[in-house]
Design a protein around this ligand. Structure first.
Ligand code: FES
Length: 504
């Protein structure tokens, strides 16, 4: 019998595979088994994640879809099938919400029964399962296993050149199959009923998924073998959990380094319909910015690194239970933190990193050069930020900031010409915009017109899935976006150097 590692309210235990979660948790203090474990009273609610049995019909009758999406289960109806984590509701409701910022769309799905929308990020992969009526049935988010081959697209392309092309493809294909299976289980849908999918991602991520050689992307003139904007079959993409002929639409990329994730973010923000001048920045491992000026759309991409996705930071983690997601300075100079799920802190996610750096600037723990006299800086024990973490943040924030400024300069605009600034990325709605301005992640002058979109690539992919006319529209938009080259741009080089420090 397999022994599983089970964390309950941050304490670690061992359980046997197949053990009932209710019986296990009751012995360790979970209360509320009013109906004696018959799945009727709903009082044994617990927030879960990890390897567990699929929700039963009783749970689907008692719990709302939102609760199931947030990881709430009835302990008495749940069985442990591997390593997992539980948090009792009194330790905090799940605060990881479905990150929905969908544009207004005409509901004309590209599928008949069920469809999945996916965003393959360099660091994080997110998926949504929808019904024919446009209802969101389940959502999944996982780290991209291709990180084992390198943290950024350049190192992964190098790995591909060294013979890991097939391994890169199979690792993402396996993950997508697992995520589709998990989402199907939550929704109580058989995966073979899924008859349509849209998978967004940057040009490199879509190339790895579909087995397209990325070698031309590794040297000048940096061209892509495919910019996609085409429908493949599940079989050709190795998604063997789906029926072989299931159509999978891969949205059109803008260029070699401005991918379909940006096309989808543009669809999600609807920046192209906005008559005003607007900027859209997607803060991910690549920091991509789109500028809408008059009828024109310009885009650029910078290699920011994954610091704001909680990767490449000593105690960084995604925005999940036990991540510090907010930090503020109290009047006595000490730090007050918020931890997702009300749990004990175990790491820090992107929005927490932005807040923490702003707080350390406020308290003088780091100076304008980013130098930290007393290392590491304690945020909330055991969570700390090291000098190397601060340096990683400086590189990332400067690259993103410089990309925005360079694109504005490309169109001979300044921040004061911009009416709306959309921020997309894994921060969800948790990014403190003023702190983002304070640390120089975004220009301070733009903080007054920010709209935070969350995972706009996933929302855009969802919009394409649910509204077939958007497929052609997105292809036209992607081909119309003009790309600004940054690598050889002196404005970018100057802005990058200027923004490396902090404004205190
Ligand atoms: S004990 Fe009543 S639903 Fe679980």
């Amino acid at each position: 019998m397999k022994i599983c590692r089970v964390v309950f309210n941050k304490k670690e235990y061992e359980a046997q595979e197949g053990e009932n979660a209710g019986a296990f948790l009751r012995e360790r203090g979970l209360a509320g088994f009013v109906c004696g474990g018959h799945g009727k009273c709903g009082k044994c609610r617990v927030i879960c994640r990890g390897a567990l049995s699929a929700p039963t019909d009783r749970e689907k009758a008692v719990l709302t879809k939102d609760e199931l999406l947030s990881g709430v289960r009835l302990a008495c109806q749940t069985y442990i099938s591997g390593d997992c984590e539980f948090i009792s509701e009194d330790q905090g409701k799940a605060e990881i919400k479905a990150d929905g910022n969908m544009p207004d769309i005409e509901l004309l799905p590209i599928f008949d029964n069920y469809g999945v929308a996916v965003d393959i990020g360099t660091t994080t992969v997110a998926l949504r399962l929808y019904g024919r009526d446009g209802a969101l049935l389940a959502e999944q988010s996982c780290l991209n296993p291709q990180r084992a081959y390198g943290g950024d697209v350049v190192s992964r392309m190098e790995a591909s050149l060294k013979g890991e092309k097939d391994a890169l493809a199979s690792s993402i294909r396996r993950l997508l199959c697992d995520m589709i299976r998990a989402a199907s289980d939550i929704a109580g849908v058989s995966a073979d009923k899924i008859d349509g999918a849209v998978i967004a991602g940057n040009t490199v991520m879509l190339s790895f998924l579909s087995g397209v050689d990325t070698e031309p992307l590794t040297h000048a003139p940096f061209t892509a073998n495919s910019l996609f904007g085409q429908t493949a079959t599940a079989e050709s993409l190795g998604l063997d959990i789906l029926c072989p002929q299931t159509p999978v639409y891969l949205p059109r990329c803008v260029s070699a380094f401005v991918g379909a994730d940006i096309t989808c973010a543009v669809i999600s923000s609807q920046i192209y319909k906005n008559e005003k001048n607007a900027v859209l920045t997607d803060i991910g491992t690549n920091g991509e910015t789109v500028l809408k000026y008059g009828n024109a759309l310009y885009a650029c991409s910078t290699a920011a690194g994954p610091a704001f996705e909680g990767a490449g930071i000593s105690m960084g983690m995604g925005g999940s239970v036990s991540a510090v997601d907010k930090v503020r300075v109290l009047p006595d100079g000490s730090l007050d933190v918020h931890v997702i799920g009300g749990a004990e802190p175990a790491g820090i996610c992107g929005s927490g990193i932005v807040d923490a750096v702003a707080a350390l600037l406020d308290t003088g723990a780091i100076d304008e050069t980013g130098y930290m006299e007393d290392e590491p800086a304690v945020i909330a024990p055991p969570v700390v930020l090291t000098q190397a973490d601060i340096r990683a943040v400086q590189l990332a924030k400067s690259a993103i900031h410089a990309g925005i400024k360079t694109l504005l300069s490309h169109a001979a605009l300044t921040c004061s010409d911009i009416d709306r600034f959309y921020i997309a990325g894994g921060f969800g709605s948790y990014l403190d915009v003023m702190n983002a301005g304070k640390i120089g992640l975004i220009p301070k002058e733009l903080t007054g017109c920010v709209k935070v979109l969350g995972n706009a690539s996933l929302s855009g992919a969802s919009a394409l899935l649910l509204s077939s006319p958007l497929l052609k529209e997105s292809e036209s938009i992607a081909s119309a976006i003009q790309t600004a080259e940054l690598a050889s741009n002196p404005v970018f080089a100057e802005e990058y150097m200027n923004n490396m420090t902090f404004d205190v």
